[in-house]
Design a protein around this ligand. Structure first.
Ligand SMILES: Cc1cc2nc3c(=O)[nH]c(=O)nc-3n(C[C@H](O)[C@H](O)[C@H](O)COP(=O)(O)O)c2cc1C
Length: 359
């Protein structure tokens, strides 16, 4: 009998058994030599935790505040495209899993469900909408309007993909989104149900996007705008200056510029530049509750998980995604107590020190 999965690596193994070669390569792969993808995970090992002892940790909480409202934990669900490829529960299942876990899900522009459908699937949940600004601004504006009307609380505009990265696993499998799986936003942008590869989807994205566009978006949208894909302090400052309510320190899970800095290495510079003026979310390589502790200590408000949640969804639909989120919460909860912290807010900079990696 297969033993019960007890960590993210277990879910990854189960997902790998269940998924067909094309989707598995698409989900699991990165750009180029996948250096950045591996570094995202490995770089966490270069930060050692420095626990305080004899702190009364009888009462602990993983709850924290993101964009002014409470979430059950500083672990959010990153936007991941075409989740129906992972499991028939798709984005609706992921939204219910996130809502059940008391956290926020970001819905991708390249989702296999419309914003309104996802909202209807998990009415009580908190959701953000991830935006790719398409060359067709009419389609882009309509997507934002639908998300805002459907109660999405923020727009997360992804800025690290003016072109698609070179995803070699996809090149080898010749991956295309199967005809049976609709991607409403893409269909609106290309005017029909054409069968597209991922590279073709990225051709819809406007590569001329620049800071004035962010300013216009922030000024013209009723909900806060976050900028996803920031890896430098100066860009984080520009995001603040152009009206962003937050930045997501991200290299797209190593799927865009291979060789780009691991996100946890970029975080201290971003946190210093921002100086508390906006929310800082980080994603890339989070596989353990202890990784969350490092990110909090280095200045993040919360982390997002991409592949971890996806492996849960692929392994067991909504229930698997929910369990992955609960596993991470349990690890974080124990980790907080062992670090001598009663809440995420108590995870201060002194709790980590940079060390040579011991792998
Ligand atoms: C299969 C897959 C699809 C993704 N699709 C999107 C997307 O549509 N929009 C986006 O902004 N980021 C997308 N991302 C990036 C994630 O939002 C996130 O930055 C990344 O997965 C974090 O790294 P992790 O997978 O190591 O947690 C995708 C990532 C994966 C693995």
């Amino acid at each position: 009998m297969e033993s019960k999965p007890i960590n993210i690596a277990d879910y990854e193994r189960i997902a790998a058994e269940r998924l067909d070669a094309g989707p598995l390569a698409y989900f699991g792969g990165g750009a180029g030599d996948e250096f950045t993808m591996r570094e995202n995970v490995a770089a966490y090992r270069r930060w050692a935790l420095r626990p305080r002892v004899l702190v009364d940790v009888e009462e602990t909480t993983t709850a924290t505040t993101v964009l002014g409202r409470e979430v059950s934990m500083p672990i959010l669900v990153a936007p991941v495209a075409v989740q129906a490829l992972a499991h028939p529960d798709g984005e609706a299942g992921m939204a219910r899993a996130a809502a059940g876990a008391g956290t926020i899900m970001s819905l991708s522009t390249i989702a296999s469900a419309r914003p309104a459908e996802v909202a209807a699937a998990a009415p009580g949940g908190r959701r953000w909408f991830q935006l790719y600004c398409f060359r067709d601004r009419g389609v882009t504006d309509a997507l934002v309007a639908e998300a805002v009307d459907s109660g999405f609380e923020a727009i997360v505009v992804t800025v690290d993909a003016p072109r698609g990265g070179k995803r070699e696993r996809d090149l080898r499998t010749g991956f295309q989104i199967p005809t049976g799986i609709g991607v409403p936003s893409v269909e609106a942008a290309v005017g029909g149900g054409a069968r597209l590869g991922i590279a073709e989807v990225f051709q819809l994205v406007d590569p001329s996007l620049s800071w004035p566009d962010i300013e216009r978006l922030a000024a013209g949208t009723e909900v806060p705008v976050l900028v996803k894909g920031v890896l430098r302090g100066d860009d984080a400052e520009l995001a603040v200056e152009h009206g962003a309510a937050g930045v997501v320190v991200s290299n797209h899970g190593g799927r865009q510029l291979d060789g780009a800095i691991a996100t946890i290495e970029a975080l201290p510079e971003v946190a210093e530049a921002v100086g508390g003026r906006c929310e800082i979310i980080i994603d890339g390589g989070v596989r353990r509750g202890e990784d969350v502790l490092v990110a909090l200590a280095l200045g993040a408000t919360a982390v997002q998980v991409g592949r971890a949640a996806l492996w849960g969804l692929a392994a067991d639909g909504e229930a698997g995604a929910r369990r992955v989120l609960e596993l991470l919460r349990e690890e974080l909860d124990v980790g907080l107590a062992l670090l001598g912290c009663r809440s995420p807010a108590e995870v201060t900079r002194d709790r980590v020190r940079r060390v040579r990696a011991v792998l």
